[in-house]
Design a protein. Structure first.
Length: 395
């Protein structure tokens, strides 16, 4: 289903984490470490895989730590904006800070849960006469949420029942939700959503996907054992020009995007195997002044959204605008970021748990091969028909 309207995502990241304070080591709750990864980083990068217009991170306790890392950054072509509340506003009250900025329909995600659903099911859900949508998950003895438990769906409406489904921490709202936020400090779970449920204004979707909550010591310790291992999957690192799209020489115009033969069908085949996709691409045309950074982003965004319409999701990408002979001074340098260097791959691995021993890289140049070799990743040269590679790559 096509998503024709821009949609924003709001992450609720303002909690103090009082129940798990001893594990935080002075960090804000959503920034708690899972191995070498910040929980919030794993969550944001999951969200930015999709066709999202903008992510708002609503921070509170020690919010500057979050703002310093994410504010005005761009992750997988999605702009990030951080807003810090001056005093506690609650999970509903804090939304009023972005009332005039957020899209007409928007998604809200709890910053202390990880729910591995297909966000397209939320993005494309039409809130006809309802003001909100709640994602529901089967209760697996989670007790951190005292209000939105024992939920079910009757005639497409969320109701209270003896069901074992609970709030999954992902919502979709229309802007009419702000009519229900009448206090400076109020809660979605305790104040707003129970009222909407009683008014029969809440749709629901049931999911049985991987779900973790980190709000209590017991749940956090369980999540520490499970999350990174669950997320660590094989990856395909893809060169861009000449591998994904035809290389016309500094390709940067949307009208010039021509996919290589078999690439769509081939990536769809790998997508069904839950494999991660990362693009790593030299883009010296930026440094040489042939095209601007903005034009590069627009081209890449168009490629990303075109793939999404084909059910192909690029999890992240890295690019190198630098070249030793760049025309623009700030881009004129030698760097290991540029292939055959492998810094782009290293940057990906800082943010994504990857099963590197089962991963591969595909490219069309010797520099791609050398980049893969430096990273100890098996390499395949692309072929005229990408589908011919699919049977050769065992992941």
């Amino acid at each position: 289903m096509k998503n024709s309207k821009k949609i924003d995502v709001v992450i609720l990241a303002g909690g103090q984490g009082s129940r798990i304070r001893k594990f935080l080591k002075g960090r804000p709750k959503p920034m708690i470490k899972f191995d070498n990864y910040d929980f919030l980083d794993l969550l944001i990068r999951k969200i930015c895989t999709y066709d999202i217009n903008k992510v708002f991170v609503l921070a509170g306790f020690k919010g500057n730590t979050i703002k310093n890392k994410y504010h005005n950054k761009k992750i997988n072509l999605v702009d990030i904006e951080c807003v810090i509340e001056k005093s506690p506003m609650g999970t509903a009250g804090c939304l009023s800070q972005i009332k005039k900025k957020v899209s007409s329909n928007f998604i809200v995600v709890n910053g202390d849960t990880f729910f591995d659903i297909d966000y397209n099911q939320i993005i494309n859900f039409k809130l006809k006469h309802d003001y909100s949508l709640i994602s529901l998950v089967k209760n697996k003895n989670y007790k951190s949420n005292k209000k939105l438990v024992n939920l079910s769906i009757l005639k497409n409406k969320v109701i209270y029942s003896n069901s074992n489904f609970i709030n999954g921490g992902i919502y979709k709202f229309r802007k009419e939700i702000f009519n229900y936020i009448k206090k400076y400090n109020c809660s979605l779970e305790n104040d707003v959503l129970p009222t909407l449920i009683r008014d029969k204004r809440v749709s629901g979707q049931k999911f049985d996907n991987f779900f973790l909550d980190i709000g209590t010591p017991k749940n956090l310790l369980y999540a520490k054992k499970k999350l990174v291992n669950y997320l660590r999957k094989p990856a395909i690192f893809l060169d861009r020009d000449g591998t994904i799209n035809k290389d016309l020489g500094y390709t940067h115009k949307i009208k010039d995007l021509k996919f290589c033969k078999g690439i769509i069908k081939g990536l769809q085949t790998f997508q069904r195997k839950k494999i991660l996709f990362f693009i790593i691409t030299n883009q010296a045309g930026i440094g040489k002044g042939i095209f601007s950074l903005d034009k590069f982003y627009k081209f890449q965004k168009y490629m990303k959204t075109t793939f999404i319409k084909k059910n192909i999701f690029i999890n992240d990408f890295e690019f190198c605008p630098y070249h030793p002979e760049a025309k623009i001074k700030k881009y004129r340098k030698k760097t290991n970021l540029r292939k055959p260097g492998n810094l782009m791959i290293k940057n990906i691995l800082k943010h994504w748990p990857v099963n590197l021993s089962k991963s591969v890289m595909i490219g069309d140049q010797k520099s791609d091969y050398l980049c893969a070799k430096k990273s100890n990743i098996k390499f395949f040269y692309t072929q005229r028909d990408f589908m011919k590679l699919v049977s050769k790559i065992k992941i």
